[in-house]
Design a protein around this ligand. Structure first.
Ligand code: PAN
Ligand code: ZN
Length: 220
């Protein structure tokens, strides 16, 4: 086995990622602590999405503009961890999605397809009350599934996915996916999801985007 040295510490080199077993992963990537309150995974850096990063995501552009004029809140944060690359390896991410709405539509993530379309993903809800919107790429067929504390969601390959917070506390969840999955945001940025998750009489309801009037508070 080859090692590279940093100071007195000998550690496996990333040039050995093809080596199977423990040597393929840096020791500090074998275990990490999730802080569900802070939304952190050890000291791994996160990506933050503010309301201004989500232009075009919400159907009610008037409500979006008004909300942005009032401030630019953090909507969600994702800490992605890539312990190893290569066939069979996994990556994971801890998501923390704030509670809120734009018009009648709940705060949600941008959503994406995996660049490697067959890549599936498992989500585990850790805190809060959320939903996942799953949309089959080829047909637009859509499913709404619960993602709250204790819920597990299986996202099949070839399926666009996004999370929404339908509660009043931050929604915290873990997503685990193949290292080779990659993230394709372009297709979603172009056409968005077919359905929106809006509040109707206090309940989250999935409504076809085409049936919602833009800028009219989400009413059909
Ligand atoms: C998740 C997502 C996370 C943020 O880790 O990346 O929920 O959503 P967006 O990536 O759509 O902004 C995942 O599905 N990874 O594959
Ligand atoms: Zn994903």
């Amino acid at each position: 086995m080859l090692f590279c040295c940093q100071g007195s510490e000998a550690r496996p080199s990333f040039s050995l990622m093809a080596v199977p077993g423990l040597a393929s992963v840096l020791p500090e990537h074998l275990a990490a602590h999730l802080d569900l309150g802070a939304g952190t995974v050890g000291a791994h850096p996160g990506t933050e999405r503010f309301l201004s990063d989500l232009r075009g995501v919400f159907h009610d552009e008037v409500a979006y503009g008004e909300a942005l004029a009032r401030g630019n809140p953090l909507v969600y944060r994702v800490v992605g961890v890539a312990p190893a690359e290569g066939d069979g390896q996994l990556h994971y991410g801890l998501g923390t999605l704030q509670a809120g709405k734009i018009g009648q539509e709940y705060f949600l993530t941008k959503g994406h397809l995996h660049a490697w379309r067959p890549a599936a993903e498992v989500y585990v809800g850790l805190r809060g009350d959320g939903r996942m919107i799953l949309e089959e790429e080829a047909t637009g067929r859509t499913r709404l599934v619960p993602l709250g504390a204790g819920d597990v969601v299986y996202v099949p390959g070839h399926t666009a996915h996004r999370t929404a917070n339908v509660g009043s506390e931050p929604l915290v969840y873990l997503g685990i996916y193949p290292a080779a999955a990659g993230h394709d945001y372009a297709a979603i940025a172009e056409r968005n999801f077919r359905c929106c998750l809006v509040e109707r009489e206090g309940q989250p309801v999935l409504v076809e985007r085409a049936r919602l009037v833009r800028g009219a508070g989400g009413r059909p």
